[in-house]
Design a protein around this ligand. Structure first.
Ligand code: ADP
Length: 240
């Protein structure tokens, strides 16, 4: 018992350390730009506009981290009240693909939905599942790392579940770190390579949302070849 307490304390310290590190990076860059502007940079219009834009980006990054932290806290406190309805997961996936089109174009990535049913009704919290899909698909786009990035989202209807898979042909994940990627703030590479828009909490949030639905998230990957994330949702029961 003493061991678990010590372990929890270590984990807590590591967590707080990670949070402050994540916040420090954008804060220091904001500080640097503001100081340069104060020291006369504001007179030069090109510098002024460029730095203001960078400050704006860093502020946005801070907001993303704080919002994700907030979400994680809610999930961990068990304050997650699901709003369960029946909806078409294929339609939701199509909407999210459209929403992420700009990011995908920038990475030259093609994102496609593959399904044998034109409608796949699930029984779940639509907004939270949208969050799951956004996190998985934007990771797939970001970590695509090749010229012909292909991201395929597959849905298949089983007896009483719908199976959803997000597959990419990107950089993949080393087998020894696969079990750790769902931890809060776990980073594979040095902090420099952390995704600009990412908070390091994306997959932790995915895991929480699916656990609240009594489902697991699965991952398979071949390093340097790609990654595949999958989960199931309850199929909507027909009331006809
Ligand atoms: P972030 O992307 O902000 O770092 P996440 O929790 O979304 O945080 O992901 C954790 C880590 O898992 C990432 O830093 C990345 O190393 C790895 N990862 C996630 N998705 C993929 C993917 N599709 N391909 C390769 N690596 C991935």
């Amino acid at each position: 018992e003493m061991d678990t307490m010590r372990e929890m304390e270590m984990y807590r310290k590591e967590y707080v350390g990670n949070v402050s590190h994540e916040l420090k990076t954008p804060l220091f860059s904001i500080q640097g730009y503001v100081e340069t502007l104060i020291d006369g940079g504001v007179e030069d219009l090109t510098i002024r506009d460029k730095y203001l834009e960078r400050i704006d980006k860093s502020v946005e990054r801070l907001l993303t981290i704080v919002k994700d932290l907030d979400m994680i806290n809610q999930y961990e406190a068990g304050e997650l009240n699901l709003k369960i309805t029946n909806f078409d997961i294929n339609l939701l996936i199509k909407e999210i693909i459209e929403m992420l089109e700009y990011e995908a174009n920038q990475k030259n990535a093609s994102v496609k939905l593959q399904t044998s049913n034109n409608q796949s009704l699930v029984h779940a919290d639509k907004q939270r599942i949208a969050q799951v899909l956004i996190n998985l698909i934007s990771n797939a786009i970001y970590y695509s790392n090749r010229e012909k990035a292909q991201i395929t989202i597959t849905t298949s209807v089983l007896r009483n579940k719908v199976f959803i898979e997000v597959k990419d042909n990107g950089m993949g994940i080393k087998p020894e770190i696969l079990p750790r990627i769902f931890e809060r703030f776990y980073r594979v590479e040095a902090s420099r390579s952390r995704r600009e828009g990412g908070s390091g909490l994306g997959l932790a949030i995915v895991k929480h949302i699916l656990e609240a639905h009594n489902q697991n998230i699965f991952v398979e990957s071949i390093y340097l070849e790609g990654a595949k994330f999958s989960f199931m949702l309850d199929k909507a029961v027909n009331i006809s």
